[in-house]
Design a binder for this molecule. Structure first.
Ligand code: PLP
Length: 399
């Protein structure tokens, strides 16, 4: 049967305490028990359905986590206070001092900083590879490698990870494949393609409102149970807990994600085609000149399209800056980092969300200083938006 993340969410029956159509919001940090023995068993992880303390689990977070697990097709899930909370919790759970990670060279700048700078503190080494080159991934794996890390669609170069091939390398070496699915919720289901753990920033498309920061980890029950173990769980011990009021709000937004993804993709596809007609250096996985276009077609759930992200190389940071200023004035959208918002957002990646990546590594990965990453909004009339962008480009003599 076809895997349909939207129907999986729709089929959930989650109610509030009095039959409310939205689950009740947990407003407590702690929970009473009728019996001291039940409390002890809950601490030992032997009692299903009991809550002991909201840093461990709370009903609101559990509803959202269950909905996200249904969307990703995993057994279980856990929600965090940020996407970075999900990524760091996962990696710190999987690795010990002396271990090794193979990671895509192109990842979100914060992830890169964690892998490249922060993990040194724990004597965890990371080899950065071109994730589109499967042979280079294979040869980077060592006896002490614990995981392969990638993004389903990389930030900001929009490369597509060949998840089934990466999963095979992970399985052959008895290690985990961790995939960040922030750019492609619903479009790609990494766990269905073989990934062992899926991490996401909910801050982006999934919530879609730009009113909070949140994250999620979706995986099998064994892994989720391990991160909330009271003695050894990185989530339980480090405490990147999402507030239950935010969970409740994000859950409601999740129910419109399928519609939003289709519109983001429709709008981005139209703009990408128009940009190509103007002979701009545009990167969009929906265009047939994208190096992983055919691969993406094989991996994607077609009806959600090729995603809402476009990257365009304007050559220099100065040119990129002038255009972004002009587009903001014209009303195209906002000069801002982040993505997945109902309005179009644009930023110069090398000077913002990838600024943590040293310049020589930016060059190695092919990140030009003039690269503008656009997160295309839900505009009702995208042709009108295109006309605005065209006016800006003409004024600046870019086209
Ligand atoms: N993963 C990706 C691909 C991102 O783009 C970001 C943020 O931009 C993150 C993770 C981090 O998410 P958060 O800002 O929610 O911590």
């Amino acid at each position: 049967m076809k895997f349909d993340p939207a129907s999986n969410i729709q089929d959930l029956k989650q109610f509030g305490e009095f039959g409310d159509v939205n689950p009740s919001v947990t407003d407590s940090a702690t929970y009473t028990f009728m019996e001291a023995t039940t409390m002890a068993e809950t601490f030992e992880g032997k009692q299903e359905g009991c809550f002991l303390y909201s840093r461990h689990w709370n009903p609101s977070n559990k509803y959202l986590a269950e909905a996200l697990a249904a969307m990703e097709g995993t057994e279980s899930g856990w929600v965090t206070a940020s996407g970075m909370g999900a990524i760091t919790t996962t990696i710190l759970q999987l690795c010990n001092s002396g271990d090794h990670i193979v990671s895509s060279m192109t990842t979100y700048g914060g992830t890169f900083a964690f892998l490249h700078n922060y993990l040194k503190k724990f004597n965890i080494e990371v080899s950065f590879v071109d994730i589109t080159n499967i042979e280079s991934v294979k040869s980077a794996v060592r006896p002490n490698t614990r995981l392969i890390y990638t993004e389903s669609m990389t930030n900001p170069l929009l490369q597509i990870s060949d998840i089934p091939s990466l999963a095979k390398i992970a399985d052959d070496n008895n290690i985990k494949l961790v995939v960040d699915n922030t750019f492609t919720p619903m479009i790609i289901a990494p766990a269905k393609l073989g990934a062992h753990i899926v991490v996401s920033s909910l801050t982006k498309f999934i919530n879609g409102k730009n009113d909070c920061v949140a994250g999620a980890i979706c995986a099998d029950k064994e892994f989720i149970d391990s991160i909330i173990d009271v003695n050894t769980g990185s989530a339980m011990i480090l405490g990147p807990i999402l507030d239950s009021f935010r969970s409740s709000a994000i859950l409601k937004n999740l129910h419109t994600l399928h519609l939003r993804m289709k519109q983001h993709s429709y709008n981005a596809m139209l703009l990408a085609k128009k940009f190509r007609e103007l002979n701009l250096k545009v990167i969009y996985p929906g265009l047939n000149n994208h190096p992983q276009h055919e691969l993406f077609k094989k991996l994607m759930i077609q009806e959600y399209g090729f995603g809402g992200m476009i990257a365009v190389d304007f050559g220099t940071a100065e040119k990129a800056g002038k255009l972004m200023n002009r587009m903001q004035m014209e009303g195209v959208g906002y000069l801002a980092v982040s993505l997945g918002y109902f309005k179009t957002l644009f930023s110069n990646s090398g000077r913002s969300t990838s600024s943590e990546v040293p310049e020589e590594i930016q060059k190695d990965m092919g990140l030009s200083e003039g690269l503008v990453r656009l997160s295309i909004g839900l505009d009702n009339d995208i042709e009108r938006t295109y006309e605005m962008i065209l006016r800006c480009m003409k004024e600046l003599k870019i086209v």
